[in-house]
Design a protein around this ligand. Structure first.
Ligand SMILES: Nc1ncnc2c1ncn2[C@@H]1O[C@H](COP(=O)(O)OP(=O)(O)OP(=O)(O)O)[C@@H](O)[C@H]1O
Ligand SMILES: Cc1cn([C@H]2C[C@H](O)[C@@H](COP(=O)(O)O)O2)c(=O)[nH]c1=O
Length: 212
């Protein structure tokens, strides 16, 4: 099926994923690549609606399994409506978060189990995995501090979890990196924006070289 390339960004809150994915999209487009930049949960109308429900701070009663299922549902719709068609049309799809977020946040940090969360997601993604995942590694405290300093960013239900939760998220990601070393590549996200951008560009280079 795939003619394009599916690339995802992962990491704790405030790691700089959105900043760097925007920069990558802009620089690759200027070099003549066809880029589709998108995000999870969201990226299309139905998934954005599901995002509002999941991240609404007033939904304090949400059960962890409900949360995991809603992320998987948003993922399914986003894949079918946007990601798969773009890949079929030969685009490089840059997606801010994907299934590894569910594995790290719901599987590991919420304690639902990484394999259990993977199994509900397999129903949604039908084996479609990224060719490359950039994992933006940062101490959660530093990432959260960035979000607090830069006040424009909406604070969502997951941001309000305590530091111990966000530390577990990071541990979860580090375990996933060990499990999928070929796919998940580490970016030191504590560096300056320009340095992080350079690391990401270097990791993309070998994959995209023949895609113009
Ligand atoms: N390398 C960096 N150094 C300092 N500040 C940064 C860096 N990268 C991003 N920022 C700033 O930190 C804030 C969070 O960045 P960004 O939204 O890109 O992170 P994110 O990983 O997408 O966060 P989240 O997943 O929580 O939405 C932004 O205000 C951004 O300008
Ligand atoms: C896809 C996905 C996301 N999450 C969490 C991670 C963040 O706290 C929010 C999304 O907010 P962002 O500003 O767009 O990063 O949702 C999750 O827990 N599980 C997932 O599968």
């Amino acid at each position: 099926m795939e003619k394009g390339i599916f690339i995802t960004a992962e990491g704790p809150e405030g790691a700089g994923k959105t900043t760097i994915m925007n920069m990558l999209a802009e620089s690759l487009e200027s070099e003549g690549y066809n880029i589709k930049l998108t995000r999870e949960p969201g990226g299309i109308e139905i998934a954005e609606q599901i995002r509002s429900v999941i991240l609404d701070k007033s939904n304090t009663k949400m059960d962890s399994k409900t949360e995991a299922l809603l992320y998987a549902a948003a993922r399914r719709q986003h894949l079918v409506e946007k990601v798969i068609p773009a890949l079929e049309d030969g685009y490089i799809v840059l997606c801010d978060r994907f299934v590894d977020s569910s594995l790290a946040y719901q599987g590991y940090a919420r304690g639902l189990g990484v394999d259990e969360v993977l199994s509900i997601n397999e129903f949604a993604i039908e084996k479609l995995m990224p060719a490359l995942t950039l994992y933006f590694d940062i101490e959660p405290e530093k990432g959260l501090e960035r979000i607090n300093i830069h006040k424009g960013r909406e604070v969502n239900r997951l941001d309000l979890e305590d530091l111990a939760f966000h530390e577990k998220v990071r541990e979860g990601y580090l375990q996933l990196q060990k499990r999928y070393p070929q796919r998940i590549k580490n970016v030191n996200a504590a560096k300056s924006v320009n340095e992080v951008f350079k690391q990401a560009q270097e990791l993309l280079k070998p994959l995209i070289i023949s895609k113009k």
